[in-house]
Design a binder for this molecule. Structure first.
Ligand code: C2E
Ligand code: CA
Ligand code: CA
Length: 413
């Protein structure tokens, strides 16, 4: 069997057997499945307008047959007859639709566009008999929505590429404070995009799109270099030769990229900040994407003295055993639990449990999304180490950091 069909066949459905002379599918019938030929050979026969049948080709091991009808609801465009006994792997329309529904919007749109064009070509070539007079398949409203999502994603990805090379991207820094004495301990670097026509675009929109391609690598690398340089500038401007840290968000794609660890080392050396001053943030979901690669990368970072923080803790993975598998130094409690803490006993219990869990494992805990004094006070009572949120400070531009630090002794609660 040819190589490219291996992965498909591994996930395909049941096997079907056909003997020489059997008809696998007939032109004009509704198609509810496609097949991959494991062994054997088939002939493709098309009925012409004058009623005559003509063999237009054969297919053997590794080929897919009947694929068009499972993508749209149109009838089979050819009859397929067994010329050597066949073992076929079946792919049902239901299974295929489920996969397509879960696919990346760009992939989905491309599949549908290719299919529509192919059908169009078939019709023009007039080899598909009576389907010639059928009007082109209507694009449903749902398809329209998917098309526009795909178009929007492609547009944003292209524009983000331009933004990376211009000054449309910048970073904001959100202070992270000690709950013990409200001292500022560090910052989280958060990306901002000021689009020349569309205005501010949220990272919640452009980061997931950048993550779908290698664009995220360039973006993360830029954020790392820029935020470390900004931390160093802040130290120099304020005269604080402190141990302030900079927490930078990364994705599984970053960890899997070959030059990641070296780029981190190089950035530390160029910006002249200590490894202990860099914190790497990653979500549970990202860690689980490629756990072995992530572990290797993080181990090297940890050995160099860099802290690893789990972002949005509590929202992702269901098994906690991974906490032992990775060299994690800090848990960041997701803001949804913190914001709900005083409204919902369950959230309060969860926050308490996360703090206890982290402490028992020798980790530091940061509560995210602290908006009210009473949340800060409760978290302090529970033994949470640090907090971040609008109550203390919103993410701010680099130019505002100096003033903020000079007045930071005024943060009291
Ligand atoms: P995140 O890593 O969980 O970042 C924290 C988000 O919570 C930020 O949203 C921040 O502005 C917001 N936040 C902080 N305090 C409060 C609060 O008290 N209340 C509320 N309601 N929100 C608060 P932002 O900046 O919009 O970023 C959204 C997400 O985009 C981030 O979530 C992160 O997942 C991603 N992101 C941002 N910058 C980067 C980056 O440089 N690299 C990567 N990979 N992802 C990034
Ligand atoms: Ca984060
Ligand atoms: Ca977070």
């Amino acid at each position: 069997m040819i190589e490219h069909s291996k992965n498909i066949t591994e996930s395909a459905g049941s096997k079907k057997f056909f003997s020489r002379g059997d008809i696998i599918m007939r032109q004009g019938e509704k198609g509810l499945n496609a097949y991959i030929i494991e062994t054997g050979k088939v002939e493709i026969i098309v009925k012409l307008e004058d009623g005559q049948e003509r063999a237009v080709g054969t297919r053997g091991a590794g080929a897919m047959i009947g694929e068009m009808a499972i993508i749209d609801d149109a009838p089979r465009t050819a009859t397929i007859k067994v010329i050597e006994d066949c073992v076929l792997l079946e792919i049902t329309k239901d299974d295929f639709s489920r996969r397509l529904d879960n696919a990346d919007p760009v992939l989905k749109m491309t599949t549908q566009v290719i299919l529509t064009r192919y059908r169009d070509t078939l019709i023009r070539a007039n080899i598909a008999g009576d389907i010639k007079n059928r009007p082109p398949p209507e694009v449903s409203e749902r398809q329209h929505a998917q098309y526009s999502d795909a178009v929007e994603n492609i547009t944003i990805a292209n524009e983000f590429k331009t933004a990376l090379d211009s000054d449309e991207l910048f970073l904001h820094y959100q202070p992270i404070v000690s709950l013990k004495d409200s001292a500022v301990l560090g910052f989280e670097a958060l990306m901002r995009w000021q689009h020349p026509e569309k205005g501010f675009i949220s990272p919640a929109i452009f980061i997931p799109i950048a993550e779908e391609s290698d664009l995220i690598l360039q973006a993360s690398d830029w954020a790392l270099r820029e935020s470390c340089a900004a931390l160093r500038r802040l130290e120099q401007r304020t005269g604080f030769n402190s141990d302030l840290f900079m927490s930078v968000n990364f994705t599984s794609r970053d960890f899997a990229s070959e030059g990641f660890v070296n780029a981190v080392y190089e950035t530390l050396s160029v910006s002249n900040i200590k490894p202990q001053q860099l914190h790497i943030e990653i979500t549970e979901r990202m860690l689980m994407d490629q756990p072995e690669t992530a572990r290797e990368t993080l181990k090297m970072c940890k050995e160099a003295g860099i802290d690893i923080s789990i972002d949005d803790f509590g929202t992702g993975y269901s098994s906690l055993s991974y906490l032992q598998y990775f060299p994690i130094g800090t848990l960041k409690i997701d803001r949804s639990f913190v914001m709900d803490m005083h409204k919902n006993e369950g959230s309060m219990a969860l926050v308490k449990s996360i703090i206890a869990l982290g402490k028992n494992m020798g980790m530091k805990i940061i509560a995210e999304g602290v908006e009210e004094e009473k949340e800060a006070l409760t978290l302090r009572e529970m033994g949470c180490d640090m907090a971040q949120g609008y109550y203390f400070a919103k993410p701010m531009a680099e130019k505002d950091l100096t003033g903020f630090m000079i007045n930071s002794d005024k943060i009291k609660f």
